[in-house]
Design a protein. Structure first.
Length: 417
């Protein structure tokens, strides 16, 4: 009853992650370095049949890759509108310019026709994001990237798949077509190490550069790693109390004491990114590895809730992206409602918190400095239209089927009122 329905309260912090985080907290010698980093890289390399290099976060993994590709100032990287600000920030930090392709409403992914219109001899890479786990059209994007770009010495552009939101366990729907793949082990991603990310490479020359760049990455401080490890533990205490004032007060206190590390710092919200790359802490690699080993179970839960929302939405006549299937593997289930923001606000009174940061903005979250991202309003009309109508429902392991039932009933009640 007091436990909230939410997107961002340690959504992957289940009992086994809490126990492991607690055990790791007591072993500070395992914080920075240890065997887990190599084990995680080996497991990813085996799964995706490529080379894997880990970094401190997904955004750092992307920056490391763009550095390894030696992108030059003035070169362009195509990314979709409706993305997280850290993606254009990493592009800027590499010296390249982001170009924003529009999305297709039925996939929330980049529209290949819009990508084609943006491709020039300056295009160095296309970052194809599998938004919320809906697979992007990698076949068409692959063909576009492989096409010779007149005036470009090296031929075409590289295809980078961004699998931050979803890692498949049963098929090769995502992560197998790109020259490179970016993964995030952030707290609310496909799997969580609280923090961390990886680049997967299928290009031998870039692989060598990545290895060199990884060698220059620095460790996070012990204090930072210790705070990262407390994240699932703090939420395990605060979550059940969130419906009472005490849970909210506890989280507020933890934030103001800086014991909870924000996902975006002030500099990132203002559109820039530190050029310093970090190693993934060994402790975070341990957590991510444990979740990678439980990928099937995590994904089965997401598929179960996706099917439930799919059937309920169909039955109730709610709109959602056409590419979603009953068995899709979604990080969250997007619905379209004209008054999505009002609905979200009304649901808060019922301890239902559906603001996931991907609402009301083309470059997310809403409170960033849009001007600094170089996104020009009006560029991507479909993305601008979708982002104000979207209402996403959680599929993560901390959302039970019972809560999902309560959620759809609460939405229906608000619509009927
Ligand atoms: C689509 C996408 N790609 C990459 C990232 C970067 O991941 P990280 O938070 O690990 O830096 C994010 C983070 O929000 C994201 O949403």
């Amino acid at each position: 009853m007091f436990s909230p329905i939410h997107h961002t309260f340690a959504p992957l912090g289940d009992l086994s992650q809490c126990l492991l985080a607690f055990a790791l907290t007591l072993q500070p010698w395992k914080y920075k370095r240890g065997a887990a980093v190599k084990r995680l890289e080996r497991a990813l390399a085996e799964k995706f049949e490529c080379e894997a290099y880990t970094f401190g976060s997904g955004r750092e993994a992307l920056l490391a890759l763009l550095k390894a590709l030696k992108v030059r100032p003035g070169e362009e990287v195509i990314v979709q509108g409706y993305t997280c600000v850290v993606v254009p920030n990493a592009i800027h930090a590499s010296g390249a310019l982001p170009k924003f392709a529009d999305i297709a409403e039925d996939t929330l992914n980049m529209d290949p026709a819009s990508v084609e219109a943006l491709m020039t001899p300056r295009t160095r890479a296309v970052i194809c994001q599998h938004t919320f786990g809906i697979p992007a059209d990698t076949t068409r994007l692959r063909a576009l990237c492989d096409r010779y770009l007149p005036g470009r010495q090296a031929g075409g552009a590289v295809l980078i798949e961004d699998c931050a939101h979803s890692i498949p366990d049963q098929n090769q729907s995502m992560g197998y077509s790109g020259d490179f793949v970016i993964l995030s082990f952030g707290r609310d991603k496909a799997i969580s190490g609280i923090s961390g990310g990886a680049v997967l490479s299928r290009d031998p020359a870039t692989t060598m550069e990545l290895r060199k760049i990884q060698g220059t990455a620095v460790d996070h401080s012990m204090w930072t790693i210790c705070r990262l490890l407390q994240y699932p533990l703090f939420y395990a205490v605060a979550r059940p109390l969130y419906g009472l004032w005490i849970g909210k007060a506890l989280l507020k206190a933890l934030r103001s004491l800086r014991l909870l590390i924000p996902i975006l710092d002030v500099q990132e919200k203002e559109g820039s990114m530190s050029p310093v790359l970090h190693r993934i802490p060994n402790a975070c690699a341990s957590l991510a590895l444990a979740q990678l080993r439980s990928l099937r179970k995590i994904n089965d839960h997401r598929r179960m809730l996706t099917r439930f929302y799919f059937e309920e939405a169909r039955k109730r006549g709610w709109r959602f992206p056409g590419a979603i299937l009953p068995y899709s593997l979604l990080q969250k289930f997007p619905l379209f409602f004209p008054g999505a923001e009002q609905l979200r606000r009304a649901l808060k009174a019922e301890n239902i918190h559906l603001n996931d940061g991907w609402t009301g903005c083309v470059i997310c979250p809403e409170n960033i400095d849009l001007g600094k991202t170089e996104y020009v309003p009006g560029t991507d009309p479909a993305a601008e239209d979708v982002c104000v109508r979207i209402l996403s429902l959680p599929t993560h392991p901390k959302t039970s089927l019972r809560q999902a039932r309560r959620l759809v009933e609460a939405i229906q009640q608000q619509i009927d009122n």
